[in-house]
Design a protein around this ligand. Structure first.
Ligand SMILES: [Zn+2]
Ligand SMILES: [Zn+2]
Length: 127
């Protein structure tokens, strides 16, 4: 039981320090590169993500339809960059001012999403 809890904690912590939201598979790959977690099963990762969302520590992020990634719930307002080559998502700090200017007359904006597309630094260098 305590072993499961520590694995869960490591899942939560891995996402807290990640440079962007990760899918269950990406997170699984990432965790397995850690020697103490190289035997972690994908089912454990799924369970942990589910519990993290239920506990309010994680939020699901759906940048592409049908593909859910997860990030810490405590992050500041931010947006994402999606690499077209490796499909990794990265956090982008900050926001755009005066988005309201885009609104049609008489409209009110309650929230917004901004998603940037392109090549991440690794893929650009490899390209
Ligand atoms: Zn990339
Ligand atoms: Zn924003």
């Amino acid at each position: 039981m305590s072993e499961n809890k520590s694995k869960h904690q490591q899942v939560i912590e891995a996402l807290a320090v990640a440079d962007g939201p990760m899918s269950a598979n990406e997170l699984w790959e990432h965790l397995r590169s850690n020697p103490s977690l190289n035997s972690i099963g994908i089912a454990t990762v799924y369970r942990s993500l589910k519990k993290g969302v239920e506990d309010g520590e994680l939020v699901p992020v759906e940048l592409e339809s049908g593909s859910v990634r997860y990030e810490s719930s405590g992050l500041q307002h931010h947006h994402h960059f999606l690499c077209s080559t490796c499909s990794r998502a990265y956090d982008v700090e900050g926001c755009v001012k005066n988005l309201e200017k885009l609104l049609p007359q008489g409209f009110e904006m309650t929230r917004h999403e901004i998603l940037l597309y392109g090549l991440c630094a690794d893929c650009k260098m490899a390209g």
